[in-house]
Design a protein around this ligand. Structure first.
Ligand code: G3I
Length: 361
């Protein structure tokens, strides 16, 4: 879908193209961004938080933290606040990575979104192979959740209580160790435990593919309706938004957004990235797809900014610069899905985000 370009959009686009070398992917690693290049900060233009997923190891890079502090006012830990890195054994915790990220955010006036208390893909082996009975298993999970939430109470504004609990094909509950040991109603109990740990915490359900998997979307919406009927505490939904230059269609995205909004819940576009190499044919940055990527980011941010302001929790990018993306390893191919290139310079997609925010004002 082509949006009508305003003069400012054309000028910004020309600025963007001048900023992005055609060999953006071959830029040197971690070079200092052009100090003379000024570009508008997303956090200043948006009425909602704009976040980025980062890792503790990134905090030692002045180049990165300069850009993170300039542009964003929210962070999500890409790794360090998951169960695996924190829970080193029953009642035994490694807080170093999570503490570093929460300290950084606090020092720089940024909010922290906690990701994620429970996820079947990052369950520590001691919990996966728990030797006690089911009641003891549930106690161990509850103790973990209460301990983590308590440690960051007042410093972490929200948590994904659980991530990706339903399968893509049939929208059935994944047969995780949590479901096996705690039963089919385990998710409701996880949300109750999180509320018990901190009455002020915003509690989210986070997942991918609700736009393109109708069975999964319907299953999640049934869960939300069930929670609201039973008084199970939940405040919002994270739609991860791992999308591409060629899909999913905006109509499917807005349908899904509307399903969350009409239930009065907060919406987090929680893991935004936009693939341009879906067919695997690209070996270097492609300007034409890069401009389509810009339009996709622009239309998504515009859609988010059409929902009621009090329901706009945040938009979070799943990584700072293209070489950081999980997608390169996941698909084992080059990819350029984020807002900044390898040289930490803003890409056309960054200016698509800017234009959408300016047009929403
Ligand atoms: O940093 C540690 C290193 O110290 C350790 O020696 C090594 C041992 O395996 O692991 C390193 O951590 C890796 C971590 O990324 C940081 O790079 C983990 O192995 C690796 O599994 C982890 O992958 C993350 C993945 O979730 C699994 O947690 C990706 O970075 C992250 O982008 C990805 O993000 C997920 C969201 O949480 C949920 N939605 C899907 C999304 C993509 O899979």
């Amino acid at each position: 879908m082509r949006s009508s370009l305003s003069l400012s959009g054309i000028l910004l686009g020309l600025l963007a193209l001048s900023a992005v070398g055609c060999d953006a992917d071959s830029g040197m690693d971690e070079v200092t961004p052009d100090p003379n290049r000024d570009y508008p900060a997303l956090k200043t233009l948006a009425v909602h938080p704009v976040g980025v997923a980062i890792q503790a190891v990134h905090l030692s890079s002045t180049e990165r933290t300069t850009v993170i502090k300039k542009v964003f006012n929210s962070i999500t830990a890409e790794w360090e606040m998951k169960m695996n890195p924190i829970s080193v054994g029953p009642g035994s915790y490694n807080w170093s990575g999570a503490d570093a990220l929460v300290d950084f955010a606090e020092e720089n006036g940024m909010q922290v979104h906690g990701h994620t208390l429970v996820w079947h893909q990052t369950t520590p082996s001691w919990m996966e192979n728990f030797g006690g009975d089911d009641e003891a298993f549930e106690e161990a999970v509850k103790e973990y959740m209460m301990t983590v939430i308590a440690r960051y109470k007042g410093r972490v504004v929200s948590w994904d209580v659980i991530n990706e609990a339903f399968d893509d094909e049939r929208g059935e509950l994944r047969n995780s160790v949590f479901r096996q040991r705690m039963g089919d109603d385990y998710i409701a109990r996880l949300f109750r435990y999180a509320r018990e740990a901190d009455p002020d915490l915003l509690l989210f359900y986070n997942d991918y593919g609700l736009t393109w998997s109708l069975p999964k979307r319907r299953a999640v919406m049934r869960m939300l309706d069930d929670f609201q009927e039973r008084g199970i505490p939940i405040d919002g939904v994270g739609l991860q938004m791992h999308m591409a230059w060629d899909g999913p269609p905006l109509e499917e995205i807005t349908e899904t957004i509307d399903e969350v909004v009409k239930r009065g819940l907060k919406l987090h576009l929680s893991e935004l990235d936009v693939r341009i190499n879906t067919d695997g044919n690209l070996q270097s940055w492609n300007e034409e797809r890069g401009n389509i990527q810009k339009e996709r980011v622009k239309e998504l941010v515009a859609a988010f900014n059409r929902i009621p302001e009090e329901q706009r929790f945040a938009i979070t990018l799943w990584g700072l610069r293209d070489p950081d993306t999980w997608l390169i390893d996941f698909y084992d191919r080059p990819e350029w899905p984020l807002l900044f290139d390898a040289r930490l310079l803003p890409k056309p997609a960054y200016y698509g985000f800017v234009e959408a925010l300016q047009e929403a004002q």
